[in-house]
Design a protein around this ligand. Structure first.
Ligand code: PLP
Length: 477
């Protein structure tokens, strides 16, 4: 078969995109000059641009193409369901076969008594649903004052009006938009690398837990509906919490009748080697888990809010005028759910969770080698959810000046060499497909290594870095 790039006029497409498509997170100054990298084809862990150049997709799309590109059986599942029944209304008392099957399958895979599912079409909508569900749950239990949501700095929960307000990454807070604030509170990010000077990791964990308790006292437990947390903060910088943190936060939430919402939009469906990370990795039993992305490996948009028997029993207490007045035209969309089922079947059949345990551990270990490089302050994450944080000075952990745009310089060089990683502030982030082989993991690490070394050399040559790095004078970090 001819390469897909032959089917397109690259210049014409670039222009149409440039003139008409408003991208998520457009940076207008650079977009107007440079436009987009147009991708037209994918196979396994690789994608190809409109000019026929092939890349290892270190991003897995956007943390989502878990089973990899080019899966014929995913396309066939879509086609088959679309021909049989492309749409079905799921309001009130109507349903369809793939939605019923997928809800039951998720109930089987999710930890504990998380046996109920509300579907949407994205992580944002499913987090929105989780918050509305928490409000509804408390109101039905006779505690309607529980409306406040406790979240954390550096978190990202989506970009609807509600979820962007619950999240709190610095770059997302622009004065040109407006954010909800009267019932949303942000605690410190569990960011061990940048914890206050002089604190051990254990003391830092104590500090974070005490901060949560103090916030509960300030707001009043009777006013708090839920605590929401990504087990590992994804686009806030792959912030991997100190050991024991998440469990202690969960215990505090439980003691205070606060629902624990685990936003597993990134961490579920194999990225950390498990269906869900909350219980298997962090020993936490959430009341609600939110999933999207890897649920269909990005082949079609689908989100799921998976919640406990206890929540269900409370919300569904008898009452003639009780309606769960929430949901979407595309809740339980049959084609999306059919793809979700096929995706799970592939992960099970190919043993991808076990594969991630092996290749993910290898990738993590190899990537850690980069900490020996002068510009690399910290490599963190777990298995196939990793990032590299760049610093000007390892002793002070000071970042390089923003105008150097370090992560973009390095990712641009990787791109030239056939690798895509995601620049985010002072980090390059990676979340490759779960099918990644050891050879591909080596290519990823070696290419990134080479790019960092070359950029370091250029910065020294250009007088933007001193020729010799300052030695680290203190341990402890
Ligand atoms: C942890 C987390 N939650 C929610 C979302 C929002 O998902 P969506 O973009 O599908 O709305 C994202 C997206 O990156 C995410 O990383």
């Amino acid at each position: 078969m001819k390469p897909a790039s032959n089917r397109f006029n690259a210049k014409d497409l670039w222009q149409k995109d440039h003139d008409h498509f408003l991208h998520p997170w457009t940076h207008f100054d650079s977009f107007k000059k440079e436009g987009s990298l147009l991708i037209v084809e994918g196979e396994g862990a690789h994608i190809t641009d409109v000019n026929g150049k092939r890349y290892l997709d270190g991003l897995g799309g956007m943390w989502c193409v878990n089973v990899g590109y080019g899966r014929k059986e995913m396309a066939e599942a879509m086609a088959e369901q679309a021909l049989l029944l492309p749409y079905a209304n799921a309001f009130v008392d109507m349903s369809n076969a793939p939605a019923a099957e997928l809800a039951a399958k998720l109930a089987q895979l999710a930890p504990g008594s998380l046996n109920h599912v509300a579907f949407s079409t994205s992580g944002s909508c499913s987090n929105d649903t989780a918050v509305r569900l928490a409000h509804f749950y408390h109101a039905r239990r006779g505690e309607p004052s529980r409306k406040h949501i406790i979240s954390r700095h550096n978190s990202y929960h989506g970009s609807s009006y509600l979820t962007i307000s619950i999240g709190n990454r610095d770059g997302d807070r622009t004065p040109n938009f407006h954010y909800l604030s009267d019932f949303i509170h942000h605690l410190s990010a569990p960011y061990p690398y940048r914890r206050p000077d002089g604190m051990t990791e254990d003391q830092f964990t104590d500090f974070l837990v005490e901060e949560f308790k103090a916030k509960i006292l300030e707001v009043g437990a009777k006013n708090i509906a839920a605590f929401i947390a990504e087990p590992i903060q994804g686009s806030g910088g792959v912030v991997t919490p100190p050991p024991g943190y998440l469990k202690r936060m969960w215990e505090v939430a439980k003691e205070n009748g606060i629902l624990f919402i685990a936003d597993e939009v990134v961490t579920a469906f194999g990225r950390l080697g498990h269906w869900f990370a909350s219980y298997d990795v962090f020993d936490v039993q959430p009341d609600i888990i939110v999933s999207a992305k890897g649920l269909t490996s990005g082949y079609l948009p689908l989100g799921a809010t998976i919640f406990s028997d206890e929540v269900y029993e409370s919300i569904s207490q008898p009452g003639p005028d009780v309606w769960f007045a929430h949901g979407f035209t595309y809740s339980g969309h049959p084609v999306c759910c059919a793809v979700g089922l096929k995706n799970i079947e592939i992960i099970e059949r190919e043993g991808l969770l076990d594969h991630v345990k092996v290749v993910g551990d290898y990738f993590e270990k190899r990537l850690k080698e980069l900490e020996s490089l002068r510009l690399v302050g910290n490599v963190r994450g777990k298995r196939l959810m990793m990032c590299v944080e760049y610093v000007a000075d390892k002793a002070t952990k000071a970042h390089l000046p923003d105008e150097i745009n370090i992560s973009k310089r390095i990712s641009n060089l990787c791109e030239e060499r056939g690798l895509l990683v995601r620049p985010l502030g002072h980090l390059d982030v990676m979340s490759p497909p779960l099918t990644l082989s050891k050879v591909e993991a080596d290519f990823l690490v070696d290419t990134l290594h080479g790019a960092i070394e070359e950029v370091t050399h250029d910065l020294v040559k250009g007088g933007m870095l001193p020729a010799v790095a300052r030695p680290i004078q203190h341990g402890g970090n």
